[in-house]
Write a protein that binds this ligand. Structure first.
Ligand SMILES: NC(=O)c1ccc[n+]([C@@H]2O[C@H](COP(=O)([O-])OP(=O)(O)OC[C@H]3O[C@@H](n4cnc5c(N)ncnc54)[C@H](O)[C@@H]3O)[C@@H](O)[C@H]2O)c1
Length: 285
């Protein structure tokens, strides 16, 4: 490996199990020489397998519900104590929609669920940065990254209210990123990742079709969780010091595609079959 994060200290939110994108980021950050604390909601710590990751990477786990300022304040204080100083990098890898979980259609949401999903998935990013900023916990030229999805810009009907949460999250990255950059020389970016088979991802209706379609549409194919981790490491490294306020697509080229030959071929097969059936029907009459 390249020692890209040698001597750096971080906080990694959102490793639930070995499929989690945050899990891969933790493994890669460890390989690149970083020290970090792992954190997740108390309930996730009970359900997931984070202790395995903690052991493997020599990290401490500090529980924090990202909707609680008190938990986040304790997390940041403890992290600086455990790591022995200010923080160089933070990964926000948190997402959850109660409407998606309960199967509520986008046009008919339970707004209490909407509020909870927004609080967990989007406002939490503001909250995390607000605590880091107030405590002056980030080192100069530090880096904060959150994960997002292209449904923030384009319509993916089954992504439901998570699309709105991601739009808010990306906006917070720009707005907070301005103040964090101006006042503390900290950069803030979001990575817009390909659909990836994880616990959060698989909750979206028709997710397998989603993944297969994106794979065929993207010239380089879908980006995996490990590839997302590699990209994240580059944003935590000193090689990207002046990259900030960006939403960075990490999707094999999907976001700039209109149509691919592979998708067109599939469409034409169906289209021709439909035409043959139509002709048969007509000739019967
Ligand atoms: N999987 C995909 O297809 C995909 C694509 C683009 C972006 N993303 C984003 O990547 C991020 C990570 O998701 P993932 O796919 O690795 O799934 P995941 O389910 O492994 O991770 C989501 C994490 O959010 C945590 N979380 C939920 N509520 C929380 C709370 N109140 N406090 C703290 N943590 C909480 C969960 O415990 C879990 O660890 C999310 O922001 C997701 O929207 C995922």
């Amino acid at each position: 490996m390249y020692n890209l994060l040698k001597g750096k200290k971080g906080i990694i939110f959102g490793a639930l199990d070995s499929k989690s994108i945050a899990w891969k980021v933790a493994e890669r950050a460890h390989e690149e020489g970083a020290k970090f604390v792992l954190t997740n909601a108390p309930v996730a710590l009970r359900l997931g397998t984070i202790s395995e990751l903690a052991e493997k990477t020599g990290s401490q786990v500090i529980p924090a519900d990202a909707t609680s300022i008190m938990d986040l304040e304790n997390l940041v204080d403890q992290a600086m104590k455990v790591l022995g100083g200010k923080i160089d990098f933070v990964l926000h890898s948190i997402g959850m929609s109660v409407n998606v979980r309960r199967g509520n259609h986008y046009t008919h949401q339970d707004y209490n669920f909407t509020k909870t999903g927004w609080d967990v998935s989007a406002l939490s990013f503001h909250r995390v940065m607000s605590v880091l900023y107030a405590k002056n916990a980030m080192k100069e030229w530090g880096s904060v990254v959150a994960l997002t999805y292209m449904a923030a810009q384009r319509v993916f009907p089954d992504y439901n209210d998570m699309a709105d949460n991601k739009a808010y999250l990306e906006s917070v990255a720009r707005s907070f990123g301005y103040f964090f950059g101006r006042d503390k020389k900290v950069r803030v970016n979001t990575i817009s990742q390909s659909p990836t088979a994880t616990t959060a991802g698989s909750g979206v209706k028709g997710f397998d079709g989603f993944i297969a379609y994106a794979e065929k549409m993207s010239p380089l194919g879908n980006a995996t969780a490990l590839e997302c981790a590699d990209y994240t490491i580059s944003l935590f490294s000193d090689l990207t010091k002046k990259v900030t306020l960006q939403n960075l697509f990490h999707d094999g080229g999907f976001s700039n595609m209109g149509i691919s030959t592979a998708i067109m071929d599939d469409f034409m097969k169906d289209y021709e079959n439909e035409n043959v059936e139509e002709q048969k029907e007509k000739s019967k009459k």
